[in-house]
Design a protein around this ligand. Structure first.
Ligand code: HEC
Length: 485
C-alpha cells in the first residue's frame, strides 16, 4: 500500500514538474471568489455546459451526416429513424441549441442587470458579445444543414431580401449562398461555417472569456449606493477577496454544477421526444412557407410586419445597429451596478424579452397574412371586377378566384380597379405583365412582403386565383391561355 502511494506521488511529481499541474489547478479551480456570488452567476457555466453538449453530439452527428444536396436530408432521415439512438442524438443537438441560445440571453441579461460589464470587466462583455454573434451564426447555419423545405426556403427568402439592401446587398447575399442561387455550394459553405469556422471561433473566444473570469475575478454582488470607480475598484476588490473570499472549488462551484446538471437533464428529457420533425426534403421547384426555428423567427416576423419598402434598409442595418450597441457598453463602465439603482436597465430587459415573446408568437401564427382592421372583412371587390376587363362574364373558375381574393385577404394588400389595400402592387392589370407560371410562383412562394400561400391554399385554389388574375388585362387584350385548365 505504502509502495503504491509512493509510486503515485512520484508520478504526480514527474508530471507536475513537466506540466505545471499544481500551478494551473491553483489558478483555475482554487482562485478566490467573493462570498456574495449567488444563483445569478450560474448561467455562464450553463452556457458552457450546453456548448459542450453541442460539441459532443455534433461530432457524433457528423459521423453520419452527408453534406450534399442529394444526401443531406436522407442522412438525417437515417439518423432519425434507423440509427441506434439516432433520434435521441439529434434531439439532444436540437434542444441543446435552443438551450444554448436561451441561456446566453439569460446570462447576458443577468450580467447586464448586475452591471458586471463595468470596469474592469469590459473585455468580458465584449468577448461575450462576439460569442452571442457566433452562437446565432451556429443556429442559423445549423438549420440549413437539414436541407428540408423550411430551411431551404428560409435561406432563399433571407438571401433574396438581403440582396435588396443598397450597395452591399448583392455581395452579402452571395456571401451567404456561395453564388447566385441556393444549391449544393450553399450547403458546402454552410457546412464549413457550421463545422469549422464558427466552432473554432467559439472555442477561441470561450477560452479568452473564461481566462478573463479568472484573471479579473468574478464580480462581487453589487451593493446599491456603491458605484464603480475605476480609480479605487481594483484595490477594493482585492481587499474584498482577502477578507471575504472563498475558493471557487468546492464552495463556489456547487451552484454551477447543480444548475448545469438541471440543464443537461432538461435537454435530455426534451430529447427523448426527439428533435423537431425534419419535414419534407428541400425542393427548389415547390415553394413553401419558410419558417426558421424560434430563435430566429422573431426576426422573420419583424421583416413581415414592417412596410415592404423599408425591408432593404432594415434587414442588414437593424442587426448591425443592435450588435453595434452591445459593443458600446464599455463606454459606460462607471457608476452604479445594482439594478435597483438602474431602473432603465430593468425596463430594457423586460421590454426586450416581452417584444421577443410577442414576435416569436406572431412568427408562428403563420402565414403572415395582414391583420385585417375589421376582422374577416377585407375590401370587397367592386362589381365591375367580377367581370373580365372587357366586360364579359367570368368563368366559374375565375369567379371562384375572385371570391378567394377577398376571403384570403389579398384585397387587404392589393388594389383591383381602385378597391383594396396599397401594401402590395396594384393587380388591376397584372395579367399584362405576368404569365400564368409567374403568378402561380408568386402566390405560392411569396417574398418581398408578400406572404407565401404555398402551404395555405390548395393547388386548385391557387389555380382559381391565377385564373382570375389572368382576366385582369388592359381591355381589348387577349387573355393568355391557361395551361392549368
Ligand atoms: C400582406 C400583404 C399582402 C397580401 C395579403 C397579399 N399580397 Fe400579394 N404582394 C404583396 C407585396 C408587398 C407584393 C410585392 C412583392 C415584391 O415586391 O416582390 C405582392 C406581389 C404580388 C403579386 C405579383 C405582382 C406583380 O406585379 O408581379 C401577385 C400576383 C400577388 N401579390 C397576388 C396576391 C394574391 C393572389 C394574394 C392573396 C392570396 C396576395 N397577393 C396577398 C403583398 C401582399
Amino acid at each position: 500500500m505504502n509502495g503504491l502511494i509512493k509510486i503515485g506521488d512520484a508520478t504526480y511529481r514527474w508530471l507536475d514538474e513537466r506540466l505545471g499541474i499544481t500551478g494551473i489547478t491553483k489558478a483555475t479551480l482554487l482562485h478566490p471568489v467573493p462570498k456574495s456570488i449567488n444563483w445569478w452567476y450560474v448561467f455562464g457555466a450553463a452556457v458552457l455546459t450546453a456548448f459542450t453538449v453541442q460539441l459532443v453530439t455534433g461530432i457524433f452527428l457528423a459521423f453520419t451526416y452527408v453534406p450534399s444536396p442529394d444526401h443531406a436530408y436522407s442522412s438525417l432521415d437515417y439518423i432519425s429513424h434507423h440509427q441506434f439512438a439516432g433520434n435521441l442524438l439529434r434531439g439532444i443537438h436540437y434542444w441543446g441549441a435552443s438551450a444554448m441560445v436561451l441561456l446566453i440571453f439569460i446570462h447576458m441579461s443577468a450580467h447586464f442587470l448586475t452591471g458586471s460589464y463595468k470596469y474592469p470587466r469590459e473585455m468580458q462583455w465584449l468577448t461575450g458579445a462576439v460569442l452571442l454573434i457566433l452562437t446565432l451564426g451556429m443556429a442559423f447555419t445549423g438549420q440549413l444543414l437539414r436541407w428540408n423545405q423550411d430551411a431551404y426556403w428560409a435561406i432563399v427568402v433571407g438571401a433574396e431580401q438581403a440582396a435588396r439592401t443598397p450597395i452591399i446587398g448583392t455581395w452579402v447575399a452571395q456571401l451567404l449562398t456561395a453564388g447566385p442561387a441556393v444549391n449544393g455550394q450553399t450547403l458546402t459553405r454552410m457546412y464549413a461555417i457550421h463545422m469549422l469556422l464558427l466552432p473554432g471561433g467559439l472555442i477561441t473566444f470561450i477560452t479568452v472569456h473564461i481566462y478573463l473570469v479568472i484573471y479579473k475575478g468574478a464580480s462581487e454582488w453589487p451593493v446599491p449606493g456603491q458605484p464603480v470607480d475605476p480609480k479605487t475598484y481594483w484595490a477594493d476588490y482585492q481587499e474584498l477577496l482577502h477578507t471575504d473570499g472563498e475558493p471557487f472549488f468546492p464552495v463556489g462551484i456547487w451552484r454551477d454544477a447543480v444548475f448545469s446538471l438541471v440543464v443537461i437533464l432538461t435537454i435530455g428529457a426534451l430529447a427523448i421526444h426527439g428533435a423537431a420533425d425534419i419535414g419534407i426534403p428541400a425542393n427548389p421547384t415547390t415553394p413553401a412557407n419558410p419558417a426558421p426555428d424560434w430563435y430566429l423567427i422573431w426576426y422573420f416576423a419583424i421583416l413581415a410586419l414592417i412596410p415592404p419598402a423599408s425591408t432593404p434598409y432594415v434587414i442588414i442595418l437593424a442587426p448591425a445597429i443592435g450588435f453595434g450597441i452591445l459593443f458600446l457598453f464599455p463606454f459606460a463602465n462607471k457608476g452604479e451596478r445594482n439594478f435597483v439603482r438602474r431602473p432603465w436597465a430593468i425596463a430594457t430587459v423586460f421590454i426586450a424579452a416581452f417584444a421577443t415573446l410577442v414576435l416569436v408568437y406572431m412568427g408562428y401564427k403563420e402565414p403572415w397574412k395582414p391583420f385585417l382592421v375589421n376582422g374577416s372583412n377585407p375590401p370587397q371587390l367592386a362589381s365591375k371586377s367580377l367581370r373580365t376587363t372587357s366586360g364579359q362574364a367570368l368563368t366559374p373558375m375565375a369567379l371562384a378566384g375572385a371570391h378567394l381574393m377577398t376571403v384570403e385577404g389579398c384585397t387587404a394588400c392589393h388594389l383591383i380597379e381602385g378597391v383594396g389595400g396599397q401594401r402590395g402592387p396594384d393587380l388591376s392589370q397584372v395579367g399584362d405583365r405576368r404569365t400564368y407560371g409567374q403568378l402561380i410562383w408568386r402566390i405560392a412562394r411569396g417574398g418581398g412582403g408578400m406572404p407565401s400561400y404555398g402551404n395555405v391554399l390548395k393547388p386548385s385554389q391557387v389555380n382559381e386565383l391565377v385564373t382570375y388574375l389572368e382576366t385582369r388585362v388592359t381591355p381589348g387584350q387577349a387573355i393568355s391561355s391557361n395551361p392549368g385548365g
